[in-house]
Design a binder for this molecule. Structure first.
Ligand code: ADP
Ligand code: ADP
Length: 244
């Protein structure tokens, strides 16, 4: 991931503050990085630029690359950029599962390039795809929950299903925006441990926004702190630990 000179101003008012101010940030493949900072500091705006959901200010030289490719594009998306986006997995605070479908189907959907109609969905998938989905569930410790309804799982388990869906998608980068903000401490630990495990074993780059510094210290290799749209520190976590 390479961000250079990224500025984002939401308001058209010239005097208003930018949500992101001239951000430069590089993240190497395989790293696990926490984005921390108070509410309103720009964390999710930065994340949305990494997925192309939010576009940087026009007429600025800002560039955002993910997996070495420019990810920001106005107008129609070409094949290249769609391919790059397909390699980015998203995890949100609200899990974003389809509640009335099974856990397995929710994971299978991760492997699709477009959302189909839900009717008779499981029948659409090949045995091979189902085995791959079960394997993804295995890797987040939820294989035995495959045939339960998504909504019957706890919040922490649902978040791990969302991670399994990203694995099914063969994501090389996972962007997790406040994945534990609505979870209790034990579920939070399990979700962070799951992210850590797939980061280590599969070399998936993980960028995670967090409110709590202690989770960043415990699970991430690097912490980037934002304040009012600027990076005000950026450190390897082991350095952070020795300072305290
Ligand atoms: P957090 O990321 O801390 O959970 P939010 O992103 O929901 O909080 O909101 C942070 C701030 O951004 C709030 O002051 C909110 O009013 C503002 N905000 C978020 N989305 C919008 C929007 N679409 N339009 C205007 N303001 C927004
Ligand atoms: P964080 O994720 O750190 O809480 P955000 O990225 O949500 O911060 O917000 C950063 C700033 O950008 C805030 O001042 C917020 O009000 C503003 N902002 C975020 N999204 C929008 C939006 N869609 N429209 C207008 N302002 C926004």
């Amino acid at each position: 991931i390479a961000i250079s000179a990224l500025t984002k101003t939401f308001s058209k008012d010239k005097n208003s503050e930018s949500a992101l101010k001239n951000i430069d940030l590089q993240i190497v493949q395989g790293d696990m990085v926490a984005l921390i900072g108070p509410s309103g500091s720009g964390k999710s705006t930065l994340m949305r630029h990494l997925s192309g959901l939010t576009l940087a200010d026009k007429h600025t030289p800002g560039i955002v690359k993910v997996l070495g490719k420019p990810i920001q594009k106005r107008g129609r998306l070409d094949k290249d950029i769609r391919q790059t986006r397909a390699q980015i997995g998203h995890i949100f605070q609200q899990f974003n599962l389809v509640n009335r479908l099974s856990v397995l189907t929710n994971v299978l959907i991760g492997g699709l390039s477009r959302t189909p109609s839900y009717r008779g969905l499981l029948g659409w998938f090949t045995e091979e795809e189902k085995l791959a989905a079960l394997d993804s569930l295995e890797r987040v410790g939820l294989r035995e929950f495959a045939l339960k309804r998504a909504s019957d799982l706890s919040g922490g388990q649902q978040q791990r299903v969302a991670i399994a869906r990203a694995l099914m998608q063969k994501a090389e980068v996972i962007l997790a925006d406040e994945p534990i903000a609505s979870l209790d401490p034990e579920s939070s630990r399990q979700v962070m441990e799951t992210l850590k495990r797939i980061n280590k074993s599969d070399g998936i780059t993980v960028v995670v926004t967090l409110h709590q510094v202690d989770y960043a210290q415990q699970y991430c290799q690097r912490a980037v702190a934002l304040r009012q749209g600027e990076i005000f520190f950026d450190q390897r976590v082991d350095a952070l630990k020795t300072e305290q």
